[in-house]
Design a protein around this ligand. Structure first.
Ligand code: UD1
Length: 349
């Protein structure tokens, strides 16, 4: 029996593949490499096994996903494969829907054809938009504020409907802001082109690839005026997927579950730390970890940004028995190790 990880060559997918492998799962990676690389697959194989099965295919390709399921005896799926840039989604909304919703449709169809029911889905706190109260719980209102977020809402709704129809057991994991890298420094985030996200940009400044970080706004209604997010170590996030798969597998256990009942349903779960940090706090922590200040300048707010968000992570603790254990300094230290060892991402080092 094996777990199929779509998008397993990407940032969160590759870290999750390592954690699942270390926990004794047989991991099969499927990725079209549209936003990752063969070098990322090699790095993953170096940390797991040299013959880790890798299939280069689009997750929207039902036949390719179906073949992966049959050939490797897949009985559970973690579905990451998606585009993830908010600005990219504003520029290309139909492309984002075709890719993100299309890949989820493809994976679901391939699972149904082959009798696989358990799926963990890569969702995002972006589904909450600008929260009306904090911390956000899974019952907070859903309100996507950009096309990327809209694709995540659409995929969540599709998976929930499939579960209602009795075919799937689903956990929707809503990530807050992933940061960090594998402790080896040999697996990490490798954005193509100019990074959209705070920590990858900041690290490229620190390593000398870019001149200065733009801090998007210091006039928010927050203690230091900069926006607040719940940053979570990517390995904590990866461990959340392992916990989610274990819960789905447990609910499939005949001792726990009445086999006459079809799907056990669909639940959304926040994966965050529960702590918010401002952009200026992240910059200060990065300066401490790196050993020198990171050049930056305050500019205007970025369109579409929200002011503040952080998770209520208590459902993850109750349902998955999981909580984040790594703090901001550890995330930044690990990210910095990766950036130093691979200043140009997987292209060098
Ligand atoms: C957004 C999405 C998140 C998605 C992620 C993927 C929301 C609420 N969040 O995260 O779901 O997974 O994109 O790309 O929609 N910042 C700077 N300078 C920079 C870059 C960022 O000051 O050069 C600031 C931002 O204004 C923000 C914070 O840093 O306040 C974090 O930004 P970023 O890392 O881009 O993540 P989000 O926008 O929170």
């Amino acid at each position: 029996m094996a777990v199929l990880v779509t998008g397993g060559a990407g940032y969160i997918g590759s870290h999750t593949a390592v954690v699942l492998h270390e926990a004794g799962r047989d991991v099969v990676v499927l990725d079209d490499l549209s936003n990752s690389s063969v070098a990322a697959v090699e790095a993953l194989r170096a940390l797991t096994r040299p013959d880790l099965p890798f299939i280069r295919a689009d997750a929207a390709d039902v036949d390719a996903v179906g073949r992966a399921i049959v050939d490797h005896g897949v009985d559970e799926v973690v579905h990451f494969a998606a585009f993830k840039s908010v600005s990219g989604s504003i520029a290309d909304p139909d492309g984002y829907h075709r890719n993100n919703v299309g890949s989820t449709v493809g994976v679901v169809e391939a699972m149904r054809r082959n009798g696989v029911s358990r799926i963990v889905f890569s969702s995002s706190c972006t589904v909450y938009g600008e929260p009306t109260s904090l911390p956000v719980t899974e019952d907070s209102p859903i309100s996507a504020s950009n096309p990327y977020g809209a694709t995540k809402v659409a995929c969540e709704e599709l998976l929930a409907a499939e579960a209602d129809a009795g075919g799937l057991d689903v956990l929707l994991l809503r990530y807050f802001n992933p940061v960090g890298a594998h402790s080896s420094g040999d697996l990490g985030e490798d954005p193509r082109g100019t990074p959209d996200n705070l920590v990858p940009y900041l690290m490229q400044v620190a390593v000398g690839r870019r001149e200065s970080l733009s801090v998007f706004g210091d006039d928010y209604d927050t203690p230091d005026g900069s926006a607040i997010r719940d940053y979570i170590h990517v390995v904590d996030l990866a461990e959340g997927h392992l916990a989610a798969l274990d819960v789905l597998a447990g609910s499939d256990d005949e001792d726990v579950r009445d086999p006459s009942v079809g799907s056990t349903g669909c639940r959304a779960v926040n994966l965050g730390t529960g702590a918010g940090h401002s952009v200026l706090e992240v910059l200060a922590a990065a300066g401490r970890v790196i050993g020198r200040p990171v050049p930056h300048e305050v500019v205007g707010r970025r369109d579409g940004d929200i002011e503040r968000i952080w998770a209520d992570p208590s459902l993850a603790a109750d349902l998955l028995g999981w909580r984040a254990t790594r703090g901001l300094d550890e995330m930044l230290a690990d990210h910095w190790r990766w950036q130093q060892r691979h200043p140009d991402g997987y292209g060098t080092g």
